[in-house]
Every structure is written in C-alpha cells, then in structure tokens.
Design a protein around this ligand. Structure first.
Ligand code: HEC
Length: 319
C-alpha cells in the first residue's frame, strides 16, 4: 500500500487509521488503472465439457492432439463465441437449450501489482432475464491461478479441475455434492471422473505442501451491496480459506459490472501461492452472470500471466 505522509496532523491521523483498518481487513489500496492495457477475454458457455470429455476421442476429436501437447486455446482461440452459441442452444454438451443466456460474454481484463498486492480488474455487461439458478447472488466472477505446479492447469486452465462427476455434470451420482478437484487427489480416474476414491490425507498434505493445488479468488455480487470476497484452493475438493487475504471491490453502473480482486503477493499459510515477478502463472476466468450457479457459468480457456516482464497473455505491471 502506498500511503503518503502529510503535514496536516488531523489528516495524517485519519490516514493512519485508514492504513490500520486496511491492514486489518486486508483491503487493497486503490490502483490508478489509467493506461493499463485491457485484454478482451471471451468467456463462453461450456455445458458439460469436463476434463474426461475433452480427453476422450470419441467425444472430442481434439483429444489425441491435446494429449500430444497442443493446449486448448491453441486450437480454439477465436471459436469461443461459436462454441458457446452451439452449447447454449442445446447440444450433446447441454441437455436442452438454456433460455436467455448468451453463448459468450466478452470479459475485459486488466492486471497490475504494487509493492504488496496483485490486482485483477474485470468488467462485463450483465445479462438480465434468464432463469435464475441462484436467487440470492446476482453474479460472481472468479479467477483461478496456478504457478506451474499443476500441469493440466497450464495446458487447460480451469478444465484441470472440472470433472464429469461434479455437481450438474453428466456422470454426477444422484444427489452428488462433488465440487471441483484435481486428478492427483484421486486414486484413479475413469471416463466418469474420480468419484470418492480420494487419496489418504498424508498424500493430500504432501501435494498441498508442494504447491500442487489451484488457488481461486471470487467476488459475489449484488447491485447496491458491497462485493463479498470468497477464496481458497482446489485439491481434493474446493476448500474455502477465511484468512481475509483476498479483497473484492465492485461497482454496478449502466448495466456493467466492474470488479477488482486482489491479494497480497506474499503467500501466508497453506493453500496460497507465492506471487512474484519473473514467474509465469496460468489463470482462468469464470463468470456466473445473471444468477447462474455451478456449471451454468461462462469460462475462459487458459491464459498466461507474469508480473512485469514480457511474453505472457497478461502482464501485470507495477502501478
Ligand atoms: C488439436 C486441436 C484441439 C485441441 C487441443 C482441443 N480441441 Fe476442443 N475441439 C477440437 C475440434 C476439432 C472440435 C470439434 C469436433 C469435436 O467436438 O470433436 C472440438 C470441440 C470442442 C468443444 C465442443 C464444441 C461443441 O459445440 O460441441 C469444446 C467445448 C472443446 N472442444 C473444448 C476443448 C478444451 C477444453 C480443450 C482443452 C482441454 C480442447 N477443446 C482442446 C479440437 C481441439
């Protein structure tokens, strides 16, 4: 945080109080976004396209080349609107059309860092009028982050954690509450996913300690109310961390959401990834717009991110 010192005694007291409150609540300083480049990232409706679906040739003809090393975005960039439109209209990936939802939403992404934190600024035009799946929350936006520890995340972003037996997916057992998880957390994986064949806690602890998890940062949004931050990590399931590290600010104006998510660069405690210049991260984005829940979201393919430097899809520069 950059707090300047001022001579005026009352003002500096007020600033000191603000600084203390900010440190206490993990609130982020305001970033000046003027001139920060914007990347338009298409997030699209994926239906029930799980990790197991994309890996199976008879379902997805891209599977052999994906296995051979070609990443999702390398084949599909530019096709997101078409894929989303086909799935939302009702396809083999979506039993029945989904009324009132677009196939694709352009998500405008800016990134930045200061001495303390990494920031994402995310903007999109909200839809209205689709059937609400989640009556309580108008929208959510989520960033998923890996630092190279989860190889399927570098290859496929969010798909590394999206399995065929998750809630609402094609192989979900009746009444299943299986959330997102990583393949490495399961004893074995079939076309139906890894089910409840979870590795022993000691194995999971070893994975967690080696950083083999995905981190997520989410803002839950309702117009006229402060954004609620929710965050944590995905390994054997989605674990929520209530350590106050992630902060979310949002504004809803002219039918458009503008959300800033941030977290300290230093990772404190398990389930957080250290963030530092010079490393390449993979990020994926999900928008649960217009009261969407679970899989009824719009997602991105995988994007690379670095702090400073060059050569990544997104470059968070110091501001
Ligand atoms: C080698 C190129 C290639 C790669 C890599 C690839 N795909 Fe595909 N994908 C295809 C082709 C070709 C199709 C259309 C034919 C089909 O569905 O089999 C397709 C279809 C799809 C569709 C369905 C569209 C529809 O309307 O049914 C989705 C969703 C999809 N891919 C997601 C992914 C994801 C996620 C990844 C990464 C894990 C990925 N693809 C990797 C080539 C690829």
């Amino acid at each position: 945080m950059r707090f300047q010192s001022f001579d005026h005694p009352r003002r500096s007291t007020a600033l000191a109080v603000l600084a203390a409150l900010a440190a206490f609540s993990g609130t982020a300083a305001a970033i000046d976004w003027t001139g920060a480049p914007t990347t338009e990232i298409p997030v699209f409706y994926p239906g029930q396209a799980s990790w197991e679906w994309v890996m199976t040739e008879k379902d997805h003809s891209g599977a052999p080349n994906f296995r051979a090393g070609k990443n999702c975005k390398a084949c599909h960039d530019g096709e997101q609107a078409d894929i989303g439109a086909a799935v939302v209209a009702g396809s083999r990936l979506s039993p029945g059309p989904v009324a009132g939802r677009p196939g694709m939403i352009p998500l405008h992404v800016q990134t930045a860092h200061d001495a303390d934190r990494l920031y994402f600024r995310l903007r999109w035009k909200a839809g209205s009028g689709a059937t609400p799946f989640d009556a309580e929350v108008a929208a959510r936006v989520t960033v998923m982050i890996d630092d190279g520890s989860v190889k399927e995340a570098a290859r496929a972003g969010c798909w590394g954690s999206c399995h065929d037996d998750g809630i609402g997916m094609a192989s979900a057992p009746e009444g299943s509450q299986i959330s997102k998880y990583l393949s490495a957390s399961r004893v074995k994986l079939t076309r139906q996913g890894g089910g409840e064949n979870i590795k022993p806690e000691a194995d999971l602890a070893a994975l967690r300690n080696s950083g083999a998890f995905l981190e997520y940062w989410q803002a839950k949004l309702n117009p006229g109310q402060p954004a609620l931050a929710a965050s944590g990590y995905i390994l054997d399931k989605r674990h929520r961390l209530d350590d106050g590290a992630v902060s979310a600010q949002a504004e809803f104006a002219g039918g458009e959401w503008t959300v800033v998510l941030s977290r300290p660069l230093a990772a404190s405690g398990g389930g957080r990834k250290p963030l530092a210049p010079g490393k390449t991260y993979t990020v994926g984005f999900a928008v649960h717009d217009d009261h969407a829940d679970h899989r009824h979201h719009h997602v991105s393919f995988e994007y690379t991110l670095t702090l400073d430097g060059a050569g990544s899809d997104l470059i968070a520069t110091a501001r």
